[in-house]
Ligand binder design. Structure first.
Ligand SMILES: CC(C)(COP(=O)(O)OP(=O)(O)OC[C@H]1O[C@@H](n2cnc3c(N)ncnc32)[C@H](O)[C@@H]1OP(=O)(O)O)[C@@H](O)C(=O)NCCC(=O)NCCS
Length: 178
C-alpha cells in the first residue's frame, strides 16, 4: 500500500532504503535538528530499524519517496493510543536537496488528515528543538499550538536546548484544514 501526495509518495520502509537512510541519518546538519544523542548509525542499525518499523503495531510510519522511489526520509505517527485517541508525530526529510521544496508540508498535512480522519484521533502532539525554526514554523502554519517548553531537555552543539511541545486537537484541525 502507498499514498501518492504529488510531491512525494509514502510507502512502507524496505531493505533497499538502508543506503539512503545511512547517508541521511549520519548527516550532522540533519542530526542537529533532532533530539537525542547519536554516535552515528551503522548499516546494520538501519537494517534493524527497517525491520522493526515494518512490524510495529502502535505506529503508522512511512518512508517518503520521490518519483524514482528513492528514499528522502520518513514520517509517521507513533505511540498511537486508541483508548485516549492520541499519537505523536515525527518527520525527517533527510535528503537536504528536498528541504524547502514543500515535501515536509505535504507529508505533515497528509499525516494530520490520516490521523484525524482514518485513525479517528483526538490529539496529535510532537516535540521540536527551540533552534529548529523551519520545523516550528511549518507546524504552526498547519495549526499546531505551542503547549509547553521542556527547559534544557536536550544537549546539542555544546549547550542545553529547550524542547517545545506542540499539539493539535481534532476540532482545531477541522477548522484549520477547511
Ligand atoms: C522540518 C522539515 C520537515 C520541513 O520540511 P521541508 O520540506 O524542508 O519544508 P517545506 O518546503 O514543506 O516548507 C514548510 C514550511 O517550513 C518553513 N520553512 C521552510 N524553509 C524554511 C527556512 N529556511 N527557514 C524557516 N522556515 C522555513 C516555512 O514555514 C514553510 O512554509 P511555506 O511553504 O509556506 O514557506 C524538513 O526540513 C526536515 O525534516 N528537516 C530535518 C529534520 C527535522 O528538522 N525534522 C523535524 C524535527 S521536529
Amino acid at each position: 500500500m502507498h499514498f501518492d501526495l504529488g510531491k512525494a509518495r509514502l510507502r512502507k520502509p524496505e531493505p533497499s532504503d538502508v543506503d539512503a537512510l545511512f547517508a541521511q541519518k549520519n548527516d550532522p546538519e540533519v542530526a542537529a535538528m533532532l533530539g537525542g544523542f547519536t554516535k552515528g548509525y551503522t548499516r546494520a542499525d538501519l537494517a534493524r530499524w527497517v525491520e522493526a518499523h515494518s512490524q510495529a503495531k502502535d505506529e503508522a510510519l512511512y518512508v517518503i519517496a520521490d518519483a524514482t522511489d528513492r528514499c528522502l526520509g520518513h514520517v509517521g505517527l507513533y505511540k498511537i493510543d486508541h483508548r485516549i485517541r492520541s499519537a505523536e508525530f515525527a518527520i525527517l526529510v533527510g535528503d537536504k536537496k528536498a528541504w524547502g521544496t514543500g515535501v515536509g508540508r505535504a507529508c505533515t498535512s497528509f499525516m494530520l488528515r490520516f490521523g484525524f480522519e482514518d485513525l479517528q484521533l483526538h490529539r496529535i502532539y510532537l516535540e521540536v528543538l527551540e533552534t529548529n525554526e523551519r520545523a516550528r514554523s511549518l507546524y504552526e502554519s498547519l495549526g499546531f499550538k505551542h503547549e509547553g517548553r521542556l527547559r534544557h531537555a536536550q544537549w546539542k552543539g555544546g549547550r542545553y536546548l529547550d524542547v517545545h511541545v506542540m499539539g493539535i486537537l481534532e476540532d482545531e484541525w477541522r477548522s484549520h484544514a477547511r
